[in-house]
Design a protein around this ligand. Structure first.
Ligand code: TSJ
Length: 641
């Protein structure tokens, strides 16, 4: 490090600060997996978005460079270059070398800022092999470079002049491979999805994403939406059938808290309500979401009663009834958001409940008044949902009385394990009778249960709960799980902590797996979220030579194995078509035994991306589905969005 300027005792402290980040990166960015790697990008991008929210920037560019470094540039005012009072360093250097520079050093300087992302520049710098910052301000180009986990090579210096009207910040950083040991490769789709979302949430903000890694396939996309979150709703409903013309959209501001809501009903039975605060997806909801939902239920009930859609003696529509087929985005911008909940993604500010309820009521009541035809369509959709709910309740009561959900006659299909300890018990859901036999023989009967299902199960994306409960396959699954379904669901009654989908490694297998995942995602979301759902990985190839047979999972393993064989070895490769091709011992060795198998945990932590995929896979449109299955069918990983 350069010792000839003002770098003395104080910079030791500084370096110790960043050292803390390097020692325990998980504390600052959650993980050092792919997720942590991408988190670095958001830490930097959020700063540019803050500048946009403050009204000083309307153009942001994110570039994945050839060497897997990332460049983020904005056309804002540029990070201040002057000396920072408290540190004696330039503000630029302070931002990148002092931990929590935002909070400790006089706030972020912004009215509205992503509350979860306060740590920013210094954390990214600490976890990078190198980082360069270039600031365009007052006709000068200022530059500083850090190396080796955040050490400045020199203080900020002026390296060039530029035109006076050119302002902004450009940051380029290379994640440190000794920290991100798992992967150093950026995923275009992950960056794209979030960047597109940021563009939806900030109307008229232009964000460009470039991928320059493959010179033969340079990618460049520009995201800018005049319609803001209306355009988001339009996208989410793209593969669905809207039942009324307008996307209802209103926004207002009360006490410095702004709220924007856009929604449209479609003919499906699923609900997609996504809420954000300061651009952060509030997965766990919170007061903004509660306010809007309560108001929606109240207003639809009032309207239905006043217009005699609901008779005096009929029971009111429930929240679930009025949200069936609803696609809605709620975006709140708050100067001081309080995030609560397990994953700190639940908005806690109590004043927001009334504000969002009031803003929604005003806008929605006016819409119903001005658009009686669309109002009628929406009310009738809710009424149908309510009738179906009552029918499902009856169906459940009936089947229960007949022992239906307990499945006296179907129960035989489940070959249960002897353990009653759910934490060590597993259930294999196996497609097809030919695989069921070997699976039953090959299992460990103490802890592994086998439930065979026949062919394609019902597509739950196209049916309501009352019809779904009429499906034998689905009933046997519900019964085996032990949790109940719908408003009776109770996760503590789950009988197996690992639910393992075991299907053939082909297109049909992938389709059946997706049908099951859709069912779990729509009706057993807590099981997915708690990480109880897995996909087994049966081998794709069998390599035989002499008396030896070796099973391998994929092409890479196949080639690796072949390269270990002595030259001239005669071998035979079979592409495995189904689980049924293996005998019980082979199936146990390759796919079921806990010591030798490979399981992929299904993680659907981005609900919006998951929903889009399920829509494509299960919805009405044939062409996008055909294309998606063709592109991804053999790759389970693609379902782990
Ligand atoms: F922090 C960072 F390095 F990660 C980063 C900051 C990364 C990127 C891509 C952009 C930025 C950034 C910061 N863009 N724009 C700003 N603006 C300020 O820091 C700024 C400028 C002027 C004033 C002012 O009051 O005059 C205040 C601020 C906070």
């Amino acid at each position: 490090m350069n010792k000839d300027t003002h770098y003395d005792a104080s910079d030791i402290q500084v370096l110790e600060g960043l050292e803390a980040v390097r020692k325990r990166p998980g504390m600052y960015i959650g993980a050092t997996s792919s997720r942590g790697l991408h988190h670095l990008v958001w830490e930097i991008v959020d700063n540019a978005i803050d500048e946009a929210l403050a009204g000083f920037c309307d153009d942001i560019e994110v570039i994945i460079n050839k060497d897997e470094s990332i460049t983020v540039r904005d056309d804002g005012r540029g990070i201040p270059v002057g000396i920072h009072k408290k540190t004696g360093l330039s503000t630029v250097e302070t931002v990148f070398t002092i931990l929590h520079a935002g909070g400790k050093f006089g706030g972020s300087g912004y009215k509205v800022s992503g509350g979860l992302h306060g740590v920013g520049g210094s954390v990214v710098n600490a976890l990078s092999s190198w980082l360069e910052a270039t600031i365009y301000q007052d006709g000068k180009v200022h530059y500083i470079r850090f190396e080796d986990g955040g050490k400045p090579v020199k203080p900020l210096e002026i390296i060039d002049t530029c035109s006076l009207d050119r302002t902004g910040t450009t940051i380029t950083f290379k994640p440190d491979p000794s920290i991100f040991t798992e992967t150093q490769t950026f995923d275009y789709e992950i960056l794209r999805t979030r960047i597109r979302e940021l563009a939806f949430l900030n109307k008229n903000l232009k964000i460009i994403l470039c991928d320059e890694r493959d010179v033969n396939e340079l990618k460049k996309e520009e995201f800018i939406y005049e319609g803001g979150i209306s355009a988001y709703v339009e996208l989410l409903n793209k593969n669905k059938t809207p039942i009324h013309n307008n996307i209802v959209h209103f926004s207002s501001e009360i006490d410095n808290i702004s709220l924007e809501i856009a929604f449209q009903y479609n003919s499906s039975y699923t609900t997609n309500v996504y809420s954000f605060t300061n651009n952060i997806h509030t997965h766990e909801g919170g007061t903004h979401e509660d306010g809007v939902k309560n108001s929606l239920t109240r207003i639809i009930n009032n309207y239905a009663r006043n217009h005699k859609y609901l008779k005096d003696n009929e029971e009111s529509l429930t929240g679930d009834d009025v949200r069936e087929g609803l696609t809605m985005i709620i975006s709140c911008k708050h100067p001081n958001p309080q995030f609560e909940g397990q994953t700190k993604t639940k908005l806690g500010n109590s004043e927001v409940r009334k504000i969002s309820s009031d803003i929604f009521s005003d806008g929605f009541e006016r819409f119903l008044l001005e658009n009686p035809d669309q109002a009628k369509t929406i009310i009738e959709k809710s009424l149908t949902a309510s009738r179906a709910r009552l029918a499902a309740k009856k169906a459940r009561e009936l089947t229960r009385r007949k022992g239906g959900l307990e499945l006296t006659n179907q129960w035989g299909k489940l070959t249960d394990c002897s353990s009653k300890d759910a934490s060590i018990s597993e259930i294999f859901i196996v497609e097809g009778d030919s695989a069921a036999g070997p699976a039953k023989q090959g299992r460990n009967s103490a802890t592994q249960a086998v439930l065979p299902i026949r062919g394609k199960i019902l597509n739950v994306e196209k049916a309501r709960l009352d019809r779904i409960l009429g499906n034998e396959e689905i009933r046997s699954i519900i019964t085996a799980f032990g949790t109940g379904i719908g408003d009776e669901f109770d996760i503590t009654k789950l009988r197996y902590h690992k639910i393992i989908i075991m299907t053939d490694a082909d297109v049909d297998g992938a389709h059946i797996r997706t049908l099951l995942l859709t069912f779990f995602y729509r009706y057993f979301k807590p099981l997915v979220e708690a990480g109880h759902i897995y996909a087994a990985q049966p081998p794709l190839f069998k390599i035989s030579h002499g008396k030896t047979s070796k099973y391998v999972l994929n092409e890479v393993e196949r080639d690796e194995y072949l390269s270990t064989l002595p030259e001239n070895t005669k071998y035979d490769i079979t592409r495995m078509k189904g689980l049924g091709e293996m005998d019980a011992i082979e199936l146990r060795e390759t796919t079921m035994h806990i010591d030798t198998r490979l399981l992929v945990k299904i993680e659907l932590d981005d609900a919006i991306a998951a929903d889009e995929i399920f829509q494509i896979l299960m919805g009405e449109e044939v062409e996008p589905r055909r294309k998606f299955i063709e592109d991804n069918a053999l790759n389970v990983k693609n379902l782990d969005v």
